[in-house]
Write a protein that binds this ligand. Structure first.
Ligand SMILES: N[C@@H](CCC(=O)N[C@@H](CS)C(=O)NCC(=O)O)C(=O)O
Length: 237
């Protein structure tokens, strides 16, 4: 039997969660060898075979031998989701999570761009406001304020674009699309790690969050104690 492709994840991490929620929703988690990477106050583990760098990382082609440089990897969550959707698209017996017409796909991608921008701003806010990063990075209260405001601005834009009926953002179907997995991971991570409710003042996102929370795919691993202890201490809220 061919070896499964390895997927390295920080199990509770913001960007890796996009992918694990998606895999659960598609029912294809068992197609990959999902490798959880541990993080402690000493830093991140480096399991054998994992390339250096942030997660998620998907191994498209395993290197010919340990340490060889001919392995092929995808290192950006959105590219990785698109690749998996290409592999397990219509006809694979799994839900189509990109849309079946150019218009539907455009709507999903449009909303994806907005939630990705909001997510990156939220991450920038956390790095500037949370005690978790205070000894590792130079922090700025002004930057934190601006980043949080931009996060909410983008979330408001997303709400305006969203399908009126819901709960899914870019379709009226019976299952979430790629954009919903991304939005859910952002809202869940914000709540679980930083105790920030990103759905406050965004009722349409709250509707998505509540519907998604009831699904099996939304079950999330425990956040390590040291992260839980420091992360929610924010200089700006
Ligand atoms: N733009 C990247 C961001 C990935 C990222 O920052 N991942 C975090 C975890 S949520 C990470 O792995 N941080 C640890 C590190 O950089 O070593 C993506 O979309 O995949």
């Amino acid at each position: 039997m061919p070896e499964k492709q390895r997927l390295w994840v920080l199990p509770w991490g913001l960007y890796p969660r996009r992918v694990t929620i998606y895999l659960e929703e598609k029912g294809i988690l068992d197609k990959l060898d999902v490798v959880p990477v541990n993080i402690t106050t000493q830093g991140m583990d480096q399991p054998p075979g994992k390339p250096a760098g942030s997660m998620p990382i998907l191994e498209v082609k395993r290197p010919s031998s340990e340490g060889a440089e001919d392995g092929v990897y995808i290192v950006q969550s959105v590219a990785l989701l698109e690749y998996l959707e290409d592999q397990y698209g219509p006809g694979s017996g799994t839900p189509d999570m990109r849309g079946s017409t150019p218009e539907e796909r455009a709507k999903v991608r449009d909303c994806m761009s907005v939630i990705c921008e909001a997510t990156d701003f939220f991450g920038f806010y956390c790095h500037n406001a949370s005690k978790l990063f205070s000894t590792m990075e130079e922090q700025s209260e002004g930057a934190a304020k601006q980043a949080l405001a931009r996060t909410h601005h983008m979330l408001s834009s997303l709400e305006k674009m969203a399908d009126a009926k819901g709960p899914w953002l870019a379709s009226s179907g019976d299952h979430p699309m790629l954009v919903d997995c991304i939005a859910m991971s952002t809202m869940q991570f914000a709540e679980a790690v930083y105790k920030v409710d990103l759905t406050e003042d965004h009722p349409r996102l709250k509707k998505l969050f509540d519907a998604f929370s009831a699904r099996e795919s939304a079950k999330m691993e425990e956040v390590p104690d040291f992260v839980q202890a420091m992360a929610p201490e924010m200089s700006v809220r």
